[in-house]
Write a protein that binds this ligand. Structure first.
Ligand code: ATP
Length: 198
């Protein structure tokens, strides 16, 4: 089974691109969705988090108190490493399951951290959605209603655009309208169908 990894910085258009692959019939496995699934109410990982950090990590509705968790792991490296050691294998299993269940000619794993984690080992090929930083900042501000300063800080904390591009097998430059993005997706879809047939 051919698996393509799709990645890019915040607001680069990963979802916009993967939505179109999905519309073409391709199974999308989203690492962000997997990372939320493993800490859903009642999941064992959530219990382990509460045992280590206290019951206040679980909200009244049974879900993870993400804001509090973020504060803890930002403050202490040891806590961050502990949490990663707990969650990364579970997220990996969740992703593997989603990919195994796929029946489309090839599948796409969408992940903002594809190239920074062992998730890269799932994929045969890397597609990077690339945008100039100014466009990235503008679109993210409009979508999330965040200040320019906040968005630029997130962009700066993520992988460098150039480093990401160096690891790409395919690149879509998403600096025009959505119709142009869709056209690029359709062209790559044909390439991937051929690759999947070989
Ligand atoms: P994140 O990493 O934050 O989840 P993402 O990479 O999935 O972001 P999207 O949510 O797909 O990015 O795109 C960011 C915003 O830009 C969205 O509001 C989306 O609709 C818009 N957008 C994406 N591509 C284009 C385009 N070519 N033209 C206009 N708007 C676009």
């Amino acid at each position: 089974m051919l698996i393509i990894g799709l990645t890019g910085g915040i607001g680069s258009g990963k979802t916009a691109a993967s939505d179109h692959f999905q519309a073409l019939g391709i199974t999308i496995v989203d690492a962000d969705v997997a990372s939320r699934t493993v800490v859903e109410p009642g999941k064992p990982a959530l219990q382990k988090i509460a045992e280590r950090f206290g019951p206040e990590m679980i909200l009244d509705d049974g879900g993870l108190n993400r804001a509090l968790m973020r504060t803890r792991v930002f403050a202490t490296e040891e806590d961050r490493l502990w949490l990663e050691a707990l969650l990364h294998p579970l997220i990996g299993e969740e992703i593997a399951q989603g990919l195994q269940n796929s029946t489309s000619p090839y599948s796409i794993l969408v992940s903002p951290l594809l190239l920074e984690t062992t998730q890269a080992s799932f994929v045969a090929r890397v597609l990077v959605i690339d945008v100039p930083v100014d466009v990235q900042v503008e679109r993210t501000m409009a979508r999330d209603n965040n200040s320019e300063e906040q968005v630029r800080a997130i962009v700066a904390a993520q992988s460098d655009r150039q480093q990401r591009l160096e690891k790409a097998d395919d690149v879509i430059v998403n600096d025009k309208d959505l119709a142009a993005l869709h056209k690029n997706v359709e062209t790559l879809h044909q390439t991937y169908l051929k690759l999947a047939n070989n």
